[in-house]
Design a protein around this ligand. Structure first.
Ligand SMILES: Cc1cc2nc3c(=O)[nH]c(=O)nc-3n(C[C@H](O)[C@H](O)[C@H](O)COP(=O)(O)OP(=O)(O)OC[C@H]3O[C@@H](n4cnc5c(N)ncnc54)[C@H](O)[C@@H]3O)c2cc1C
Length: 432
């Protein structure tokens, strides 16, 4: 709801900055436990400032929100996973089909609005159109937030402000983000009818497709492209490393998503579609492992993208569920610190222990080499071309069909040596 701060009062047990998945999950968990919680969100409605592709893994959300399956805004359950290597007008794909409710497509605007409603139902207060200017720090302890010349105080502030982390930077708590460790995501949502989507992508009622692309669709920049089917629209876009995008982009990055939409292999799907939305946003590709910052301080916890807790393996992208679960763990840490007598850094340190024990840091550690591996340019140009060349020889034999190794040898001739190829292969296998 939109109300002036003075109408809700200037003192809370907990203030949460940002009504994204991280902030709202923390707020909901604490409001259910009877804490007096305030969420402040700068957007007109929760989720209005967020950008994401379209697929979320469900299990972490089920644990946080007990009625998730009954009431969350799920567009389609992803039953079909497809990964395609693209090179010009050639594309080699692998596809996996499964039934079940593992991951789903949605609009983040709808998911965030649903989560914020849950916070309110649990007794928390959610205020929109309020931008926090600074964290109030007194004697080294975060004691609240400042909005214009108004201050609101709390025992603890949970910062879920997302990737920009301006408040943490302004408070001198973390260094500036560097492009090397940041991704840039751009996306379009294209309106199609439900029937068209089912027809084009071979889906039945309620089924969804997650389609990921590697190759020259990103204009040679390290990264990948995606297509997710929503209820009656399709989200397409790409996530590339910001450093490359800044240094090498030959055209505005929005052009890349347009190129994807107009790609000769994909254009047929969107010919009759209407573009509903274009958006761009940063992604913390490799932030958490590289920053020597703590995710807690006296009176402060940092959650979600602001803490760099996101995993992008190319074939699976986990931002929302990681963010939400980190918010949930932050709430558990607050409960624990409360029972130990207060929100000191010492008591809140339990948050990092909870993260360590959870899938979040286990996964980020397990795949710590993946971001570096994904910087290898050959993955985006040479290898997709090689795979497509082999496929082309195998499937387009005129008189003689070559053996697989024969086709492979011919495809790689003069392009790459065995040593580099095996080295790259070992690196990929070790990283993911
Ligand atoms: C193009 C793209 C595609 C993506 N695709 C996927 C995907 O398919 N699946 C997936 O799981 N993840 C995806 N992600 C990542 C995912 O969107 C994020 O990881 C997730 O939204 C992080 O949640 P959060 O709550 O930490 O931050 P956010 O969702 O960014 O929320 C932060 C909130 O804080 C508010 N805020 C910021 N500063 C202030 C302030 N000073 N005062 C008040 N409010 C403030 C913002 O308005 C915002 O609502 C994608 C991201 C991009 C950019």
């Amino acid at each position: 709801m939109h109300l002036p701060l003075k109408d809700v009062g200037y003192r809370f047990d907990i203030i949460v900055i940002g009504a994204g998945p991280a902030g709202s999950s923390a707020a909901y968990t604490l409001a259910r436990k009877g804490f007096k919680v305030l969420v402040v969100e700068r957007g007109r409605v929760p989720g209005s400032k967020e950008v994401f592709g379209g697929r979320v893994y469900a299990d972490p959300l089920r644990e946080i929100f007990p009625d998730f399956d009954e009431s969350a805004p799920i567009h389609r359950w992803v039953t079909k996973e497809r990964i395609s290597l693209v090179d010009g007008e050639r594309m080699t794909s692998i596809e996996f089909f499964r039934r079940g409710k593992v991951s789903f497509t949605t609009y983040l605007t709808e998911l965030s609005a649903w989560m914020a409603k849950k916070v309110e139902e649990a007794g928390g207060t959610v205020l929109t159109e309020i931008t926090v200017d600074i964290l109030v720090v007194e004697d080294g302890k975060v004691t609240g937030i400042q909005v214009g010349d108004e201050k609101v105080s709390a025992d603890v502030v949970i910062d879920g402000e997302g990737i920009n982390r301006l408040l943490l930077e302004r408070a001198g708590l973390i260094p500036k983000l560097t492009p090397r460790y940041t991704g840039l995501g751009v996306k379009e949502v294209i309106k199609l009818s439900k029937e068209e989507i089912n027809d084009f992508f071979g889906l039945e009622e309620g089924e969804g497709l997650a389609w990921l692309f590697m190759g020259d669709v990103t204009g040679g920049l390290p990264g990948g492209a995606f297509l997710y089917t929503n209820k009656d629209s399709v989200s397409i876009g790409l996530v590339v490393m910001l450093e490359g995008a800044v240094k090498e982009a030959r055209e505005h990055v929005s052009k890349y998503v347009e190129n994807l939409r107009l790609h000769p292999l994909l254009e047929k799907y969107f010919r009759n579609g209407r573009i509903m939305e274009y958006s761009a946003h940063l992604v913390p590709e490799y932030v958490w492992p590289t920053l020597p910052h703590k995710l807690y301080a006296d009176g402060l916890l940092v959650v979600g993208d602001a803490a760099g807790l996101l995993l992008n393996l190319g074939y699976n992208f986990r931002g929302v569920d990681f963010a939400a679960y980190s918010g949930y763990l932050a709430a558990k840490a607050v409960e624990e610190a409360h029972s130990r007598g207060g929100m000191t850094a010492e008591n809140l340190a339990i948050y990092e222990k909870l993260l360590e024990e959870s899938f979040i840091l286990k996964q980020l550690r397990k795949f710590k080499n993946a971001p570096k591996m994904r910087e290898n340019r050959r993955l985006y140009s040479l290898y997709p071309a090689l795979v497509n060349e082999v496929a082309s020889q195998l499937f387009h034999a005129k008189f003689e069909t070559p053996k697989l190794m024969e086709a492979f040898g011919k495809a790689k001739e003069g392009k790459i040596g065995w040593f580099t190829l095996i080295k790259d292969l070992v690196e990929v296998i070790r990283s993911i």
